[in-house]
Design a protein around this ligand. Structure first.
Ligand SMILES: [Zn+2]
Length: 409
C-alpha cells in the first residue's frame, strides 16, 4: 500500500469518534467511500447501543471541587459519604468499602464493580492519565451495560494528579452529583465484500471508533488502513474464498460492533474459515505480534511464514482484547495482529494517539506481510485451520468474557 495514501487516510480521519456518536457515523461513511473507491460494494449495518448525555457531574472532596467527568450510564444520584481509597481487592481492603464512596485504581471491570456492589460501596471514583504528564485530561468513561447489569451506583473519573493529592491529603468525605439522560442510540459496522468462488469466507475485522480524547491513529485507524490495503492487493489477485471486511464500531465500548455482527450473522458464522483482526499496526517502534485464538498449529504456521518472509513476529495462542474475541467465542478460529509499541513510545486511549506515533513505511511493511498471510488463507485449496477452538482457549474466553473469574485475579 502506498505511503501517500496511508498518510492521507490518517490525516482525513484525525478526529475523535466515540461509539454511537455523529463522528463515528462520519468515519463509517468515510470508510464506506474508501471501499467503494476500490471498486467494492459496502454498506453500514446499524446496531443499538446505550447512550447518555451528562447534565451535571461534580465531585467535592472535603468541601473542595475536583474536576471530573461523570460516568455515562451510571444513573443519576446525589450522594455524600465518607471517602475510601481501595488499593487492592483482597477481603480485608474490600471490607472497608461499606457505605463509602470508593476510589479505585485502574479500570472498572466487571469483577471490580461486582466487588464494590457486594462490599456495600455507594459511589465510586476512578482516575486516569499520567501524573508526570503536563496535561490534566480526563477521559470520558461509561458504566458498561455488561458491567452494571442494570445495578447502578454513581461514579466519576478524575485526573491522576488529583487522585494522588486526595489520597495524600487523607481526605475524609466526598460528594458526587450526577445527573444524566440515558437512552438508546445507534452505532454501526461497515461491511464490504470481495466476492470469491466458494461459499466460504475469510472475515477481516478492524475497529474504527476511538475513545473520548483520542483521534485513534494507532488505535485503530492503522488497522482499518490495513484492511483497505489487503483488499486493494487481493482484489488484483482474485480470491477463492470470499473476503469480507468488517470495520467494527464501538469496540472501545466493549467489542460491541463485533458482538453485534456475530449476533446478526449467526447463521453465516459456520462458513467463516478464519477471522483475521487488526488492532494497532504501523507505529514507529515496537514488535509485531500474532495472537491466535485457534489451534496451536496456526501459531507455528505464522512463525514459519514470517521467517520465510523475513518479517519478525512473536506469535502465541491467547485471547486478544479486540474484535477477534466475539468471533472465537462463536467457534470461528481467529487471529489478531498488532505491532505493540514499547511503553510510552505510543500510548493509546489518550490525546497522544495521533499521527505523530505512526510511520507510514512501517505500516506499509506490516500490510505487505498481512497480504501474504491473508492471500494464503483466502486462496488455500482447503482451509487449513481447524474449526475446533481448543479447550484452554475456551477457558480463556470464559475468563475474558467474565463468565468465569480468573483464579489469579
Ligand atoms: Zn483498539
Amino acid at each position: 500500500m502506498d505511503t501517500k495514501k496511508i498518510n492521507r487516510i490518517l490525516a482525513e480521519t484525525a478526529y475523535v469518534r466515540m461509539g454511537g456518536s455523529a463522528e463515528e457515523l462520519r468515519c463509517a461513511e468515510y470508510l464506506k467511500a474508501e471501499c467503494e473507491a476500490l471498486g467494492f460494494e459496502a454498506h453500514l449495518e446499524d446496531f443499538e447501543v446505550q447512550m447518555a448525555t451528562i447534565k451535571t457531574a461534580s465531585l467535592t472532596v472535603d468541601g473542595l471541587d475536583i474536576p471530573c467527568k461523570g460516568y455515562l450510564n451510571a444513573g443519576s444520584a446525589e450522594i455524600e459519604a465518607p471517602l475510601y481509597y481501595l488499593p487492592s481487592d483482597d477481603a480485608c481492603s474490600l471490607a472497608g468499602c461499606r457505605g463509602k464512596i470508593v476510589m479505585i485504581d485502574g479500570y472498572l471491570g466487571y469483577w471490580r464493580y461486582q466487588d464494590l456492589l457486594e462490599s456495600g460501596a455507594v459511589g465510586f471514583i476512578t482516575y486516569d492519565g499520567n501524573a508526570n504528564y503536563a496535561d490534566r485530561d480526563i477521559d470520558q468513561r461509561e458504566l458498561r451495560a455488561h458491567v452494571s447489569k442494570g445495578v447502578k451506583i454513581p461514579g466519576v473519573n478524575i485526573n491522576a494528579k488529583d487522585a494522588i493529592a486526595i489520597v495524600n491529603s487523607g481526605a475524609k468525605t466526598a460528594k458526587i452529583v450526577l445527573e444524566q439522560d440515558e437512552y438508546m442510540g445507534t452505532s454501526r459496522n461497515v461491511v464490504c465484500d470481495i466476492p470469491g468462488e466458494t461459499d466460504e469466507t475469510v472475515v477481516l475485522t478492524a475497529h474504527y471508533d476511538s475513545t473520548s480524547l483520542s483521534t485513534g491513529a494507532y488505535d485503530n485507524m492503522s488497522g482499518c488502513i490495513g484492511l483497505l490495503g489487503i483488499a486493494e492487493a487481493l482484489s488484483k489477485k482474485g480470491c477463492r474464498r470470499g473476503l469480507r471486511l468488517v470495520f467494527c464500531g464501538s469496540e472501545e465500548r466493549g467489542l460491541l460492533g463485533a458482538k453485534a455482527y456475530c449476533a446478526a450473522h449467526e447463521e453465516e458464522l459456520s462458513k467463516i474459515s478464519l477471522n483475521v483482526n487488526l488492532d494497532m499496526i504501523g507505529c514507529i517502534m515496537g514488535k509485531f505480534i500474532a495472537c491466535c485464538t485457534a489451534e496451536e498449529k496456526l501459531v507455528h504456521f505464522i512463525e514459519y511464514l514470517a521467517s520465510i518472509e523475513g518479517f519478525g513476529i512473536k506469535a502465541r495462542q491467547g485471547v486478544y482484547s479486540s474484535d477477534s474475541t466475539p468471533f472465537a467465542d462463536k467457534g470461528v478460529p481467529a487471529v489478531s495482529f498488532a505491532r505493540i509499541a514499547p511503553q510510552n513510545t505510543a500510548t493509546i486511549h489518550n490525546s497522544y494517539d495521533t499521527l505523530a506515533v505512526m510511520k507510514a513505511e512501517q505500516l506499509a511493511r506490516d500490510v505487505d506481510f498481512l497480504v501474504t498471510f491473508v492471500e494464503m488463507m483466502t486462496n488455500a485449496a482447503h482451509s487449513p485451520v481447524s474449526r475446533e477452538i481448543p479447550e484452554k482457549m475456551k477457558d480463556k474466553l470464559d475468563i475474558y468474557l467474565t463468565r468465569k473469574r480468573d483464579k489469579a485475579d
